[in-house]
Design a binder for this molecule. Structure first.
Ligand code: FMN
Length: 437
């Protein structure tokens, strides 16, 4: 019998009603006029996901620093913005409540983009070392070479992760997930390709992963309730020669087991090698519909903390394979992005296997194709937020173009509203002789 719809208890005592998690998907639906708080469309999208049958809904990555966004429409939850506007915290609360109303747990995925900060936002990209993202010809257009973080920068990042988690708790979220995968800051620190440091934050695996562990420890200290959940998403590998490898990931999982986390989600890749979207996978991973299931099984064998396996799950049979061991839960992104009530349908015995159309293209390839198929999902998510039907048949190139156009408008508004507010606020602080963080 399938375990997919059997409840499972997490280490913090929270019982998930089934083993399906809506994995994190950046929605690009922040309301920039309300300082990167959720828009009404986003609140409605979470209402749909909340009642769709997923036991756990992970939000798209929420930024911890308004001067370091992963995309122009990203949410940002941080102390800097709490006084910006009375609606700011309230919108986050509404989004969380809308999701909970439907019976799902909601945890906020929190993130710092590191060197993958898009150039269009005019921010100073910071990373472990001054090693630029390499996605081929478009690299220079999309990303600046990052500035190497100082010790102070690193301490600020640790503090910011902890504060965003504390705010999420105050707002009623059940937990947070630390994003340490896909080439963003924490995963870049872990990767020998992006991290060339020679201090205590670089070199050995222990040093490269120190930042992740310090972040987790700081969050555990900062949040009030021992029941507040802490998950971590890591790469099973970077899928690049000389990068973070499977053995490294298994070691990270062993250490995370000692830090009191509630689940460890496994994925893989980065902008440079988008394995998480099914591209550049090793042959063995590509053979499985759930890309990282082999790895998840190895991880589950050495972990008492539940392992979440995310990537490629669409059909009932694959879902059943993923949860079969009883130690692994299933993370589903794309399929729930285009069909929010997929878990309910599966529970009723349907097997709709929702897929995007036209995901191969002779115009687009590699990182650009991965980005375009991601934007196809965003296209449907925005429609759902506006009360319309999803549209998995949108052309990837069209979805990408629409996203780029929207992004230009969002980036310009971000500079006019958010950066202006922060500059004025920092200016006032400097005048008072107090540099605020
Ligand atoms: C629209 C979209 C946005 C995504 N944004 C995030 C994100 O914010 N954080 C994250 O960890 N992964 C993100 N991902 C990756 C997914 O969580 C997941 O790892 C990946 O899509 C593989 O799962 P799937 O095959 O079920 O889509 C995103 C994926 C999509 C499609």
């Amino acid at each position: 019998m399938s375990l997919a719809f059997e409840p499972v208890e997490l280490p913090n005592g929270v019982v998930l009603k089934n083993r399906i998690c809506k994995a994190a998907m950046e929605e690009n639906l922040a309301d920039i006029d309300h300082f990167l708080a959720p828009s009404h469309e986003l609140i409605e999208l979470y209402r749909a996901w909340g009642k769709g049958g997923s036991a756990l809904v992970l939000t798209g990555h929420v930024m911890i620093d308004p001067r370091a966004l992963g995309s122009p429409g990203a949410l940002c939850l941080c102390d800097d913005l709490v006084d910006s506007d009375p609606a700011y915290l309230d919108r986050f609360r509404q989004m969380i409540d809308a999701c909970k109303e439907g019976g799902a747990e909601i945890w906020l995925q929190i993130n710092h983009p590191g060197r993958q900060t898009p150039k269009a936002l005019g921010q100073v990209a910071k990373g472990p070392s001054a090693v630029a993202v390499d996605i081929g010809r478009l690299s220079r257009v999309m990303f600046d070479k990052p500035v190497e973080m100082t010790e102070e920068d690193i301490q600020v990042v640790i503090r910011r992760f902890a504060r965003t988690a504390a705010l999420a708790e105050e707002l009623g979220a059940g937990g947070i997930e630390v994003h340490a995968a896909h080439g963003y800051l924490l995963s870049a620190f872990a990767s020998p390709i992006a991290n060339k440091r020679t201090d205590r934050w670089g070199g050995s695996l222990e040093n490269r992963t120190r930042l992740l562990f310090e972040v987790v420890k700081a969050i555990k200290r900062e949040v009030k309730s021992p029941k507040f959940g802490v998950g971590v998403k890591i790469n099973s590998a970077d899928f690049q020669r000389g990068g973070f490898e499977e053995q490294d990931a298994l070691q990270v999982i062993k250490t995370l087991n000692t830090l009191g986390v509630d689940f460890i989600e496994v994925s893989g890749g980065s902008y440079e090698s988008p394995a998480m979207r099914g591209i550049n996978l090793s042959t063995r991973s590509a053979q499985r519909e759930a890309y990282f299931l082999d790895f998840a099984e190895k991880a589950a064998a050495l972990s008492t903390v539940p392992i979440m396996c995310t990537g490629g799950i669409v059909r009932r049979e694959t879902l059943d394979q993923v949860v079969a061991s009883g130690k692994t839960i299933a993370g589903i992104a794309t399929a729930i992005g285009i069909m929010p009530d997929l878990p309910n349908r599966l529970e009723r015995g349907e097997d709709p296997a929702p897929r995007l159309k036209y995901t191969t293209s002779w115009v687009l390839s590699g990182s650009v194709l991965a980005s375009a198929t991601t934007r196809q999902v965003n296209y449907s998510m925005e429609r759902i937020g506006r009360g319309k039907e999803p549209c998995p048949g949108v052309w990837p190139a069209w979805a990408l173009l629409m996203d780029q156009v929207a992004g230009l408008g969002q980036a310009s508004k971000y500079k006019k509203v958010v950066v202006k507010y922060l500059d004025e606020r920092d200016g006032r602080a400097v005048k008072r002789g107090k540099k605020e963080e």
